[in-house]
Structure formats: C-alpha cells, structure tokens
Design a protein around this ligand. Structure first.
Ligand code: KG4
Ligand code: ZN
Length: 376
C-alpha cells in the first residue's frame, strides 16, 4: 500500500465498495465507516459457484475465473442499487488482491482498478485473510487485541489481531486446511460437494466412537495444525470396509468431524496460553474469534466454546454469511485502510500467496512455496 498522509480520525463518514473473487464466491458489498468508527453494511451480495464446480468435486480455477468475470459488473450495479447510491457516492474501491486463485483474483481487482481510474477515487488492494480477520467487526465492536482462528477451505491459521494491518501468526497448517480435510473425506465417502456441510449432516446420526482415528500432532507443542494424516487414516478405514452403507458413512463422518473439532480446540487452547503471555494485564474474558466456512460446523463451535471457557476466553463467531467468503469484509478492510490513508497504486498485483503476518514471512524465506505457504 502507498502511505499517504495519515487520516487517523477522519472528520466525515467514508463509504467503500468492495469486491471479492479469490475462490468460488463472487461478491460485492458497500460498507460505510462513520467518523466515530462505527460500521454499517449498506449492501451485500454473494453469488456462489457451487453448482458449476459440483460435477468436478472441487473448484476448477478456469471455470471460477470465467464465472467471476461474467458477474463483477452485475454485482457492482446490484449493490449500488440496493444501497440507493451511485458510483460518485463512493470514497474508494476495494478488492481482494490475494491470496487466492490468480485468475479469479484478477476479476475483482481489475474491476476495482477500472472503477478507481474512471472515478479518480482511491484503490484499496486487500489481503483476503485480513478481510476474514476483521469480519467480527462487521456486526459490532470487538476490541483489539483478539485471538483469531481462521478455518476455511484454503486456510487454517491462529493469529493475534492487534490492530488493523497488525497481525501476528501463532500457527498454521503444515498440509491440508481443515475445510479441505472435511471436503476430501466427504469425497472419499461419495457425499458430494461441498463436502463440509454434507459430512456434518451425515455425522448427525453417526457414532463418533466407532472408528479409532489419530489426534493430529498429539505429541507436538506449538499452534500448528496437520490434517493430511487424518484424511489418510479415514481413507484406509473406508477402503477396509466391505460394501460400506449409510451407517458406515454416518459413523466415519462423526469420527472424522469429532477429531477435526478436537484438534482445532486443542491447538486453539495452546494459542490462548500464548495470547495470555503476550497480554498478561488484559482482563478476562478475552476475545477468541472464529471465522471461515468451517466455523459453521456445530461440533467445531462446541469444541471451541469449551476450550474458550476453560481458558478465560469468550468465543465470538460472526454470523455464517460473514464467516464464509463475502465482500463486506473486503469493503470493511478497505474503509479501515482508507481511513488511515493507506491506499494502493493502480499497479497493485494479483497475488497467489500473501502472508498476513509480514514478520513471519520474512523470518521464513521458504514461505511462498509448497503447502506451508501463506495460503496454508
Ligand atoms: O470460508 P469459505 O467459504 O471459503 C474459503 O475456503 O475461503 O470456506 C469453505 C470451506 C469448505 O471447505 C467447506 O466444506 C467448509 O468451509 N464448510 C464446512 C461447513 N460449512 C462449510 N465444514 C464443516 N462443516 C460445515 N457445516
Ligand atoms: Zn476465505
């Protein structure tokens, strides 16, 4: 971002149109930040591409990119009309500029660049992960600092959110993201796409104690995650079943879901201890925010709630429409950066990988390649 003269306390309200296209949701939203920092979502629209990808059992980047391009202008018009505003009412245009599928990311980013260039208003190039990190602030005041667990199809990370633009990563997945673990085990059992919600439905009637699955990284300290071993163990159990039926599906779904929930809670509890060490003077309850599509899973929420209560934290989960990918969180990140005078140049690149915690990226020069990259 380019640093302009900081506008620490903007005298008037700022309104930003945000666009999102980094995975398989195309979205637009308009967010207003009042002079006192209060946030209003004036319009918010999301188009899911689930049906386009379902035949392939996963997101196909080329299909996603093309579908995003087709709807960016439609969504832009829709949110302007829903909010009863025109382009000239906007103070800036925000778009996710990474991390994500680059072909898709370009759809929102190029649209926002066009709008910024045409209107002479600033561009805000937003890190998608920062959007998720700030999403609890869409519904009300969640004060900094807070602990954040981001669990989606592309990311599984524990972060300390200190302020807008100031994040410290405590841990991330060494291989698959939690959502990927749900999706891949659902695929093994033929439950359809997207797998997470399908697996949760199946697990409702299952016996979580029937199959013995390993707790990931049971003997390893720290706040990192790993889900690839769990997926392999589930596949071996599935392949060993003779003519598996819906009872087997339900029991394996329940076992996998319980172990993912337990692992997320176990690593989050370690992060809560680390958070307390960083902020020993902050009064309980401290805030523990969970965001991302997997936060919609009730077994996961229950396990996280339990860990939070045991450690003097309060679990805060944004409503599910703002847990999954959306543009309100991108417009919010945009308006917050605009209020601080941090805008982007029109040469802002679309980035496949982009760590939220710049310090940890610098300390780890291998980051940016392989599964343990910032997208992980
Ligand atoms: O945040 P999100 O919408 O998109 C990104 O990946 O950024 O998260 C999607 C992920 C998918 O892996 C999906 O299977 C998972 O969240 N998910 C769930 C549930 N709902 C969505 N996983 C488990 N249980 C659910 N109810
Ligand atoms: Zn996301």
């Amino acid at each position: 971002m380019q640093d302009l003269a900081p506008l620490q306390a903007p005298a008037q309200a700022l309104t930003v149109l945000g666009l999102e296209s980094s995975c398989d949701e195309s979205a637009a939203a308009i967010v207003r930040r009042h002079a006192d920092g209060r946030i209003d979502v004036l319009a918010d629209s999301v188009l899911s591409q689930d049906s386009a990808h379902a035949p392939y059992g996963g997101v196909v980047p080329e299909i996603a990119a093309r579908a995003h391009v087709e709807v960016m202008d439609v969504l832009t018009r829709k949110v302007l009309s829903d909010a009863g505003l025109i382009l000239a009412d906007m103070d800036g245009f925000a778009a996710t500029s990474g991390p994500g599928l680059v072909g898709g990311v370009m759809a929102a980013l190029m649209t926002a660049k066009g709008l910024a260039l045409g209107s002479g208003k600033p561009l805000l190039a937003i890190n998608h992960l920062e959007g998720h990190a700030l999403s609890p602030r869409l519904t009300g005041q969640v004060d900094f600092p807070y602990l954040l667990l981001l669990v989606s199809g592309g990311h599984t990370q524990l972060l300390i959110a200190r302020d807008v633009g100031d994040y410290e990563k405590l841990g991330s997945t060494l291989d698959d993201a939690a959502g990927e673990a749900f999706d891949k085990t659902a695929k093994i059992m033929g439950l359809g796409f997207p797998g997470g919600p399908a697996l949760e439905r199946m697990a409702k009637t299952g016996d979580a104690a029937r199959f013995d699955l390993p707790l990931p990284l049971a003997r390893r300290g720290g706040c990192d995650f790993s889900f690839a071993g769990l997926k392999t163990a589930a596949r071996q159990i599935w392949d060993g079943l003779e003519n598996p039926d819906d009872r087997d599906r339900a029991d394996l779904s329940a076992s996998v879901q319980a172990m993912i929930a337990r692992s997320l809670a176990d690593r989050s509890a370690r992060a809560m201890v680390a958070f307390r060490e960083r902020f020993p003077d902050d009064a309980a309850p401290l805030s523990f925010v969970v965001a991302g599509g997997v936060a919609a899973n009730s077994a996961v929420r229950d396990a996280l709630n339990h860990a939070a209560m045991e450690n003097g934290f309060q679990l805060i989960a944004p409503p599910s429409k703002w847990c999954t990918d959306n543009a309100a969180m991108i417009a919010l990140a945009g308006v917050e950066h605009l209020a601080r005078g941090e805008t982007a140049g029109l040469d802002a690149p679309a980035r496949a990988r982009w760590p939220l915690d710049a310090a940890s990226a610098k300390l780890n020069p291998t980051i940016g390649s392989g599964r343990k990259g910032p997208k992980a």
